[in-house]
Design a protein around this ligand. Sequence first.
Ligand SMILES: Nc1nc2c(ncn2[C@@H]2O[C@H](COP(=O)(O)OP(=O)(O)O)[C@@H](O)[C@H]2O)c(=O)[nH]1
Ligand SMILES: [Mg+2]
Length: 292
Amino acid sequence: MIKIALFGYSGSGKTYIFKKLTGKEGEIFDPFKPNVGIGIYKDERLEKLKKIINPEKVVYPEFEIYDFKGFPENEGFPEKYFKNFIDKDVILMIVKNFTNNSNPEEELYSLCMELIYHDIEKIERIIENRKKTSGEIDFWEKCLEFLKKEKFLKDTDINKEYFSGTELLTIKEIAVFLNGNEKEVKTDLPVIRDLNEIYKKIIEILRMITFYTVKGNIASAWIIPKGTIAKKAGGKIHKDIEKGFIKAGTLSFEEFIEIGDWHKAKNMGILKFLGPNSEISDGDVVEFYFTR
Ligand SMILES: Nc1nc2c(ncn2[C@@H]2O[C@H](COP(=O)(O)OP(=O)(O)O)[C@@H](O)[C@H]2O)c(=O)[nH]1
Ligand SMILES: [Mg+2]
């Protein structure tokens, strides 16, 4: 499941957004223990499928949302706090923009700097250790230079392999949620302005796609990385499908909606069949054939 961490100063609206997304009430005030909840993505295409085929059950994609206590802007975040983000897939920066004294541009800049300075400190420590053991430092010096230009490491073209196992944060996908409509913000980061758009945008930012299955009167949506091959996509549903994979019958979402019935489409002979190593496309409606 995709893990989204909400990151922002106190009062920016993290808990408000968390409650809206998860429907969960109650709040934890320990800065190192998050509110954790599940957000359900009412995927528009799945809603359409539901209307057309009227299945007994619809399984929507779910996201794990983490709401941590914030710190005031004039205080900043303690280093330990950032451990909260290490295993999350996306850091969603929540920027206050719902009062007329909001300064979203300044607040966003300041949040970015929190992440950048966190990484600078981590790398300075790596370099210190490498100097003691005469390990490789050129790579890390380049990273430092990059960060000092106020850029995120995820945008470097240097070898990202070295990043695995580190506690760096700017190697992650990072997006902005502009909470309110008071002011405009200029930024190169992906900006989300509407709660209803969060999941769709995050799927996009993570370079993922959605495919659909309609089986046994259950309609489901599945989120996979772009470029996933059919066999692996089947494995997302059940390991048996991947192990015994024969082929996948697919229809584009638009074709399926037009015809409105899987068996009819099959009889018309318009399914496209994919071998184990062919890629699934965004919006595909898929039936897997496999041996048990
Ligand atoms: N008008 C308005 N108030 C909001 C919005 N988001 C949060 N608030 C209010 O701002 C205050 C702080 O929000 P909260 O979610 O607790 O901030 P947190 O410290 O980031 O968790 C609360 O009183 C919220 O009800 C918003 O989009 N519009
Ligand atoms: Mg809160």
